[in-house]
Design a protein around this ligand. Structure first.
Ligand code: AMP
Length: 303
């Protein structure tokens, strides 16, 4: 079985690096027979503390933590973004092993797309695909479903760990699991941030330190909405949040308030519907996204 282990293990545990799906399938079958739960953290690498927080959460009793690194071309609607996506494999391996990950699955294109990247199936994502990220990044969520579906077929996890930072992706993945009848339990983990509030992201590596500082404006705008939202029309608060972004030279694709369950855009908030504020904005050529769940405003309804 072509399993590679790191030559030097600086830490107490050994992490397997497995490149072929047939080897991973065989390995995980043995783990299942030994009554181990399979906990899976899919990533595109260039790992940061946000990714590692998912791995940390996945580590537990009687479990095997599998992290995958695969930069999936089919989810990039902009080929330049794909080309420039940061790659830091050596450091990723170091961080994962240090964190206590059991297996790194490192497939190549042939493993994930043995018959090429042509869409073999269209996933019925409905409204989720036409709003916000779906609208600004056509085809993106079909690509996400394509790769996650394939990874789930290989790993067949008991639990799947994903980040709230990619909120719409969380909803899409939940929908995917229903569509493909996967029994995996989804664990959504909170967003880890830099000290200035900027959500950690692999794309932040493409920012200068001055740009990183200014990109903290996304968190400021979300916090502003969070502090000031009241039942009623949301137009004015969105405009003010837009001004905060502009002051930091952030160019917004969208600033939206939407239903937290279905992402239906909210123009007039009733104060009772669980809502979320979402922003996508460019700092220079780098596109960043973030979101914040909004507090419910019961006071106005005498509850
Ligand atoms: P990516 O490598 O960007 O595809 O991300 C892999 C997983 O890590 C996804 O489930 C992301 O939502 C999650 N993730 C990315 N950034 C963060 C963050 N700052 N905090 C927590 N989770 C994150």
């Amino acid at each position: 079985m072509a399993v590679e282990t790191l030559a030097i293990t600086t830490f107490n545990a050994i992490m397997f690096i497995i490149k072929q799906s047939k080897d991973l399938i065989r390995y995980l079958q043995k783990q299942r027979s030994a009554k181990k739960k399979i906990r899976f953290v899919p990533t595109m690498g260039a790992l940061h503390q946000g990714h590692l927080s998912l791995v940390k959460k996945a580590i537990g009793e009687s479990g095997v933590v599998v992290c995958s690194i695969f930069v999936n071309p089919t989810q990039f609607n902009d080929p330049k973004d794909f080309e420039l996506y940061p790659k830091t494999l050596e450091n990723d391996i170091y961080l994962l092993e240090k964190q206590g990950c059991d297996v790194l699955f490192l497939p190549d294109m042939n493993e994930i797309y043995p018959t090429g990247t042509g869409h073999s199936r269209v996933y019925e994502l409905g409204y989720l695909e036409s709003v916000l990220e779906g609208k600004y990044r056509p085809g993106h969520f079909q690509g996400v479903c394509q790769v996650v579906h394939r990874l789930l077929e290989i790993v067949r996890p008991n639990q799947l760990y994903i980040g709230q930072k990619d909120y719409q992706q969380c909803l899409v993945i939940r929908r995917l699991l229903t569509l493909i009848h996967s029994p995996a339990e989804v664990i959504v983990c909170p967003t880890l941030r830099e000290p200035n509030g900027l959500a950690m992201s692999s794309r932040n590596m493409r920012l200068t330190s001055a740009e990183k500082q200014k990109a903290g404006g996304i968190y400021e705008a979300l916090s502003f909405i969070n502090r000031n939202i009241k039942p009623g029309p949301v137009k004015e608060i969105i405009e003010k949040a837009g001004n905060l972004l502009a002051q930091k030279e952030l160019a917004a694709d969208y600033i939206a308030i939407a239903g937290a369950e279905d992402l239906q855009i909210i123009d007039i908030w009733d104060g009772r519907t669980e809502a979320i504020a979402l922003i996508a904005a460019f700092m220079g050529k780098v596109r960043l996204i973030d979101n914040m769940i909004l507090p419910l405003n019961f006071a106005d309804y005498g509850n």
